[in-house]
Write a protein that binds this ligand. Structure first.
Ligand SMILES: Nc1ncnc2c1ncn2[C@@H]1O[C@H](COP(=O)(O)OP(=O)(O)OP(=O)(O)O)[C@@H](O)[C@H]1O
Length: 227
């Protein structure tokens, strides 16, 4: 039985007056791992931004984790983002504080109060990405792959219904990309739904999954050949 966490129907996405994507019909179901591929400038980031409320949806219908994207108000965006875990290419960790403090900052900002519960949750998510012993470190003391694993842990803090990862391996070498990918695969196996934009075709081959492609203002599903 399908259980959509994301549904877009006849959506068009614009940057200013420019049409970036047209006739977008996409569904992502609970538990899915979906890739979004496409050349630079084909609209992957615009698509992701529409999903986390950074770009307003003005045409078509869009529902994501119980939110109607057409009716999304500025004040709804922080609440939408609590139900999403967003992971970026450049990690976006706060450089002036430790990993623990980075995660604590997010928990406090999203309404957590109980200190012991916050520390338990931080330990849980760091454990999921094999970074439990590194909480005392500052971001600059970690490798790129480790920083991205922490960013994934941060995305998991509020048990998101959907994780949006925009080029999460874009700044990493091939071996480190695989390590980060293993983490994403593992959390997907444990029930998290993931939509990942990438142009790393090696990862697609190594970890085949449902793939959407942005090309010539359209998004369509690519059928992967099995050899
Ligand atoms: N803030 C903006 N204002 C106007 N046009 C923009 C803006 N951001 C992106 N665009 C344009 O929208 C189109 C899609 O860009 P987008 O960043 O979504 O592509 P992308 O597939 O994510 O590329 P990349 O892999 O380089 O991030 C491009 O033609 C780009 O020039």
């Amino acid at each position: 039985m399908s259980n959509p966490v994301l549904q877009l129907k006849d959506v068009s996405i614009f940057q200013g007056d420019n049409l970036v994507l047209a006739d977008v019909n996409v569904e992502v179901n609970k538990g899915d791992f979906v890739y979004l591929i496409g050349k630079t400038g084909s609209g992957k980031s615009s698509f992701m931004k529409t999903l986390y409320g950074d770009l307003a949806l003005t045409q078509g219908e869009g529902h994501i984790v119980d939110y109607d994207l057409r009716k999304l108000k500025e004040k709804d965006i922080p609440f939408l983002r609590r139900k999403l875990g967003v992971v970026f290419q450049d990690f976006k960790l706060l450089t002036d504080r430790t990993i623990n403090e980075n995660l604590l900052f997010v928990l406090k900002a999203t309404g957590w109060k109980d200190k012991a519960k916050m520390q338990t949750r931080i330990d849980e998510v760091l454990n999921k990405v094999a970074m439990k012993t590194k909480g005392f470190k500052f971001p600059h003391e970690l490798s790129g792959g480790e920083q991205q694993r922490v960013a994934i842990a941060r995305a998991l803090l509020n048990d998101p219904e959907l994780i949006l990862a925009d080029e999460p391996t874009g700044n990493l070498d091939p071996q480190t990309s695989i390590e980060v990918m293993e983490v994403l695969q593992e959390i997907n196996k444990n029930g998290n739904t993931i939509l990942m934009a990438t142009h790393d075709y090696a990862l697609l081959l190594k970890y085949p999954s449902k793939t959407l492609k942005c090309d010539e203002n359209q998004i369509y599903e690519v059928v992967q050949r099995k050899n």
